[in-house]
Design a protein around this ligand. Sequence first.
Ligand code: URA
Ligand code: SF4
Length: 204
Amino acid sequence: MTAEEFLPDRLSMRDLERAAQDCKGCRLHANATQTVFGEGLKRSLIMLVGEQPGDREDIDGRPFVGPAGRLLDRGLKEAGITRNDVYLTNIVKHFKHERVGKRRIHKKPNADEIMACRPWLDAEMSVVGPEVLVLLGATVAKALLGPAFKVTQMRGRSIASDFAPNVTATVHPSSILRARDGDTRAREFGRFVDDLHFAAELMS
Ligand code: URA
Ligand code: SF4
């Protein structure tokens, strides 16, 4: 099963978002609060793709509003991009997690779930038609560009792909939050901003 059969006839952003609320294209909907669809400028020049909603996003119903989102906002700002200027989404629209006591711990989506959810992302890409597509993290980059793609080697440069005139990849903001100490975190954040800066330059 995939999300395909839940797609509306008309691919407008409003219809897509509404239809996605009822998606049962994979099992992830059963354990989550709600679908977290993309948001932002409909005809944005720049579109960023994350992995999947986290705990906060699942509750609020909006992408990147938790700790990783705050770091992303900060990174965008330092790179001269405002959140209002981008379209922001995830490759998987429901929060996958495991309960450990009271906490809900994020679990990586598997290849089947990513494939099942893909029609939503494809529809978002066709509506937005971004000039620049920014892939956040290895899971997303590999899903879209193939399993051999290495973010660590290919980050912060242009990648030839049919998804958009310009495609680029960087690390996922959550990986920066997990850095082992403050110095590493600061350094990794700096590199993240450099990559976003590169993406901003691709727009002009
Ligand atoms: N991490 C993601 O990849 N997406 C979100 O929306 C939040 C955290
Ligand atoms: Fe549908 Fe995607 Fe949610 Fe699976 S994760 S139920 S495919 S919206």
